[in-house]
Design a protein around this ligand. Structure first.
Ligand SMILES: [Zn+2]
Length: 157
């Protein structure tokens, strides 16, 4: 068995073509093709490559605001809920953003807690567990300030 360079294997798995990898890593395309065959990966498809992960796709659909919020510039559900489709699955942008900032999976709906329901800044998000904690500390005075969840979409863990 031949040794396969880690950087070549990484780019192959990310869906890049043999020629693009050879250009990027200053190596021979024939060697990249041999590594592709050894890994059992299909030839890269021409055209725009799909995002490797939903998080990668998320990063291409946001715009940083001057005031620290992150504006969603992608698709929305009819109710206004920011969404993106990756690998045939529909995800809420809030849930994808959550995974960028938090270590634990979200509980219940993920919403912007900053008062701007369309904000997808990971640091501004809260889930049901956060809201319960805030209620325990501050009482119900703050509950009217949070954005309502998208009622047309069920979120899954
Ligand atoms: Zn915000």
């Amino acid at each position: 068995m031949t040794a396969i360079r880690v950087d070549v294997a990484t780019l192959l798995r990310a869906g890049h073509s043999d020629a693009a990898i050879a250009r990027e890593l200053h190596t021979a395309a024939k060697g990249v093709a041999r590594a592709r065959a050894a890994l059992g990966l299909p030839k890269a498809r021409p055209g725009k490559q799909p995002a490797a992960t939903a998080a990668d796709l998320f990063r291409t659909r946001v715009a940083q605001c001057d005031d620290g919020h992150l504006q969603w510039a992608g698709a929305r559900q009819p109710g206004g809920c920011p969404v993106l489709r990756h690998a045939g699955r529909l995800h809420t942008a809030h849930r994808i953003a959550w995974t960028l900032a938090r270590k634990r999976p979200p509980v219940g709906h993920v919403r912007a807690g900053c008062g701007r329901s369309d904000c997808v800044e990971p640091a501004h998000l809260e889930d049901a567990e956060d809201r319960a904690r805030y209620r325990a500390i501050f009482g119900t005075a703050l509950t009217g300030q949070t954005a309502r969840p998208c009622s047309r979409m069920k979120e899954s863990a």
